[in-house]
Design a protein around this ligand. Structure first.
Ligand SMILES: [Zn+2]
Length: 305
């Protein structure tokens, strides 16, 4: 039933699931074992399969701004609502512009970006302590990151591309959860979702330098990378590899986000890390690179029941 997914390193880091909808169609999605194990939490990462969008956005697109029919996108939200057990008015969305801005959302924000307009802009991360609100962020090669504090009952999602990652977006999320709700980093379970892999992600020397000089000390980068390697979370523990051309590098955004989250105090045992690349699986997941920009958006959804 499932199309073959090429996972990079390990298996069963994410679990493929399917659900038959009331309309008779099947929808397929991915879940993280560590998030699934938390009582009262529903989450998923969408695939391209099980929606009604056509063309470049086929079939399960969640963007209203990539040329898709509005009615098709709304139907896709209805379908995900059916999987998560909520109405589409329960979703609240980011307005992603590669910032590190975070918004704490409440019931008043329900439906914003889906059933009503957003009254905010430039928000790449969402946090809430409200039950029944589906935090939603969107990717197609960039990294979605999920956060759950089961102790304080606070959840968050963030969009972390290279700009967000080098700016420490994941660490900003943890800081904000601590400031607003008293969350302890050691209680937070986090998951790094499907996005572009190191083999597929070439960057310039300038960007590589930002990663080495930016958010963390060289010693900390080495320590956290080695730790991830030793724990079997990464096959080499190398954040940057030489590029296929001179002056280029291959960046591992998954490992970079591990470093960000570890630096914020999240424990390695509380982390799930993807091994599924969007660019390697363009029939199954939307990939900006693989499609030359002609693509829909995947959804990362998280709700506390
Ligand atoms: Zn890849």
């Amino acid at each position: 039933m499932y199309p073959v997914i090429r996972a990079k390193n390990r298996t069963e880091t994410l679990v493929q699931k399917e659900k038959r909808l009331a309309c008779g169609d099947w929808v397929e999605y991915l879940t993280f074992p560590k998030l699934s194990a938390i009582e009262g939490i529903e989450h998923l990462f969408t695939t391209r399969l099980g929606g009604v969008s056509k063309g470049d956005c086929a079939t399960l697109n969640f963007s209203f701004t990539r040329g898709d029919d509005r009615s098709a996108v709304l139907e896709n939200y209805d379908r995900m609502g059916e999987v998560l057990g909520v109405e589409k008015g329960a979703f609240v969305t980011t307005d992603q512009t590669h910032t590190k801005n975070i918004r704490v959302v409440t019931k008043e924000d329900a439906g914003k970006g889906v059933t009503c307009n957003r009254d905010y802009t430039d928000i790449d991360g969402l946090i809430t302590a409200e039950k029944g609100l589906v935090l939603s962020c969107f990717t197609a090669d960039c990294v979605p990151v999920y956060f759950v504090d089961p102790v304080k009952e606070v959840i968050g999602v963030a969009h972390s591309g290279w700009r967000g990652t080098v700016a420490g977006m994941g660490a900003r999320m943890v800081e904000r959860m601590s400031q607003e709700f008293g969350c302890e980093p050691a209680d937070i379970i986090a998951a790094i979702g499907p996005s572009i892999c190191q083999d597929c992600y070439e960057i310039s020397e300038e960007v590589a330098e930002l990663f080495m000089q930016g958010f963390w000390s060289a010693e900390k980068i080495e320590e956290y990378c080695r730790e991830a390697y030793e724990a079997g979370l990464h096959p080499t523990g190398k954040l940057l590899l030489p590029g296929k051309e001179a002056g280029k590098y291959q960046l591992d955004l998954w490992l970079a986000n591990v470093v960000v989250l570890r630096s914020a105090g999240i424990l390695l045992k509380n982390l799930d890390v993807t091994d599924i690349c969007t660019n390697c699986n363009p029939e199954y997941l939307f990939s900006h690179r693989a499609s030359g920009g002609k693509r829909g958006n995947l959804g990362a959804f998280l709700v506390m029941k």
